[in-house]
Write a protein that binds this ligand. Structure first.
Ligand code: 5GP
Length: 189
C-alpha cells in the first residue's frame, strides 16, 4: 500500500471501500456462476488494471474456467481516451469455439472493450461477453454491450484496486476519486 500522506496528496475522497468491492465481486460471481453453469469459459483479463478485480472475481465463481490476459491500451498515461486502441500483448490461448468472458476494471468510451470483443469474435469465439467493475457512462462513444458490471460511476477519474494514476497507486485497497487539481497540474505540465 502507498503511504497515507502520499494517498492524501492525490485522493479527494473514498468512493468504494474494500467491503463495497468485495460485495460487488460476490454478487457478480454468483450471477456468473449461474450463467456459465456447465460451460468452461476462458476468462480474459485486460491488463493491467483488471488484475485485482479478476483474481477476486474468479474466486467467487464456481465454474471450471481458464484464465488468460491481453494488454490493450487506449489511455496511455493521460486522463482521457486517446481514441485509438493498441494491442500491446496478445493472448496465448486459442479462442476458437470458446465462451469468452472479458474482465475489465472500468469502461469509459467503450473503445477498448469494443476492440477486444470484435477481435475475439473475429477469431471464432463461440460467445464473447464482458464483466466490468465500474461503468462510466458519461463519455460512451460506442454501442458496446456491457453484460455485467459492479457499479455505475460518474465522470470522475478513479484510482486504486488496479486503477492507476500515471501507472502508480494500483495497489490501493479501495477506490478513490483523484483530486481535480492533480489532473489540472499534470495537464498543465
Ligand atoms: P475506454 O476504452 O472504455 O475509453 O477506456 C477504458 C480504459 O481507460 C480502462 O481500462 C482504464 O485503463 C482507463 N480508464 C478509464 N477511466 C478511468 C478512470 O477513471 N481511472 C483510471 N485509472 N483509468 C481509467
Amino acid at each position: 500500500m502507498p503511504k497515507t500522506d502520499n494517498i492524501n496528496r492525490i485522493i479527494d475522497h473514498k468512493l468504494f471501500s474494500e467491503d463495497d468491492i468485495h460485495n460487488m465481486c460476490v454478487t457478480l460471481g454468483k450471477k456468473l456462476t449461474e450463467d456459465y453453469a456447465g460451460k468452461k469459459p476462458l476468462v480474459v483479463g485486460a491488463l493491467k488494471g483488471a488484475i485485482f478485480f479478476l483474481t477476486d472475481l474468479v474466486r467467487e465463481m464456481d465454474v471450471e474456467e481458464e484464465i488468460d490476459f491481453m494488454d490493450v491500451s487506449s489511455y496511455g498515461d493521460g486522463f482521457e481516451s486517446s481514441g485509438k486502441v493498441k494491442l500491446i500483448s496478445d493472448l496465448v490461448t486459442n479462442v476458437k469455439g470458446r465462451d469468452v468472458l472479458i474482465v475489465e476494471d472500468i469502461v469509459d468510451t467503450g473503445l477498448t472493450l469494443k476492440y477486444m470483443k470484435d477481435l475475439l469474435k473475429k477469431r471464432g469465439a463461440k460467445s464473447v461477453k464482458c464483466c466490468v467493475l465500474l461503468n462510466k457512462e458519461a463519455n460512451r462513444t460506442t454501442d458496446v454491450k456491457i453484460e455485467y458490471y459492479g457499479s455505475k460511476v460518474g465522470n470522475e477519474f478513479v484510482v486504486g484496486y488496479g486503477l492507476d494514476f500515471m501507472n502508480f497507486f494500483r495497489n490501493l485497497r479501495y477506490i478513490g476519486v483523484l483530486k481535480p487539481e492533480i489532473i489540472k497540474q499534470v495537464n498543465n505540465k
